[in-house]
Write a protein that binds this ligand. Structure first.
Ligand SMILES: C[S@@+](CC[C@H](N)C(=O)[O-])C[C@H]1O[C@@H](n2cnc3c(N)ncnc32)[C@H](O)[C@@H]1O
Length: 197
């Protein structure tokens, strides 16, 4: 199978897009959907979420958390009106308001990073809202290096391990959907939902 990075959602394969689509489809009945993305990179996913919602008659209110000031050209404001918090999520989480419908966790994928993002953001999500985690492909775990600590596996991609360690999802959260490419070692997406709406 050929894997394409879909422009509609940034650095994602079809499987990842399916999970994002499914979560946004649940939310697009709202007039305004409040989204926070941790790790925005070039803003492609932010623009993709905006387009998906607007194509269905909704609107997006968006907060992005992205520390790459030095890479600002690569990490621009995704669209006019997007609120950008230009710091690490573990330091800037308090600047993101509550009442969120969706948090997309795609910043620091290390064990420490994912644990902190989960603890710092889950309570900002409304009932029926979502936490989406990118890079959950089992084959990708403990690979790579997130530049935040010693070059050991715990500072690589550890999304699944982090969630397992802290026992997430906690009641009433549940696993809503998971997909990853079976014939590839990267990407993968999980969506957890904060109870039934
Ligand atoms: C995989 S990219 C994000 C891709 C983007 N979500 C998309 O779908 O197009 C990861 C981004 O997370 C950022 N990042 C790294 N550590 C972070 C942290 N502690 N808090 C927030 N963002 C972080 C990186 O600078 C990078 O831009």
């Amino acid at each position: 199978m050929k894997h394409t990075l879909f422009e509609r959602y940034g650095m994602m394969f079809e499987e990842d897009c399916d999970v994002m689509d499914a979560a946004l489809s649940e939310l697009c009945k709202k007039a305004e959907v409040r989204v926070c993305e941790i790790g925005t990179y070039n803003g492609a996913t932010a623009r993709g979420m905006k387009k998906f919602l607007e194509d269905r008659g909704s609107t997006i209110r968006y907060w992005g958390v992205e520390p790459s000031l030095l890479l600002h050209d690569e990490c621009p404001d995704p669209f006019p009106g997007a609120v950008m918090i230009r710091t690490k999520s573990e330091e800037g989480f308090y600047l993101v308001p509550g009442g969120l419908d969706l948090v997309f966790v795609d910043g620091n994928h290390s064990r420490n990073g994912v644990i902190l993002d989960t603890f710092n953001f889950f309570s900002k999500v409304v009932r029926g809202g979502f936490m989406l985690y990118h890079d959950t492909n089992p084959k990708s775990q403990r690979t790579g290096y997130e530049y935040t600590g010693p070059e050991i596996p715990e500072f690589g991609i550890c999304v699944n391990e982090a969630l397992e360690l802290i026992g997430f999802p906690w009641e009433p959260w549940f696993l809503f959907m998971e997909k990853y490419p079976l014939d590839h070692h990267q990407n993968g997406m999980r969506a957890y939902r904060n109870g039934k709406p």
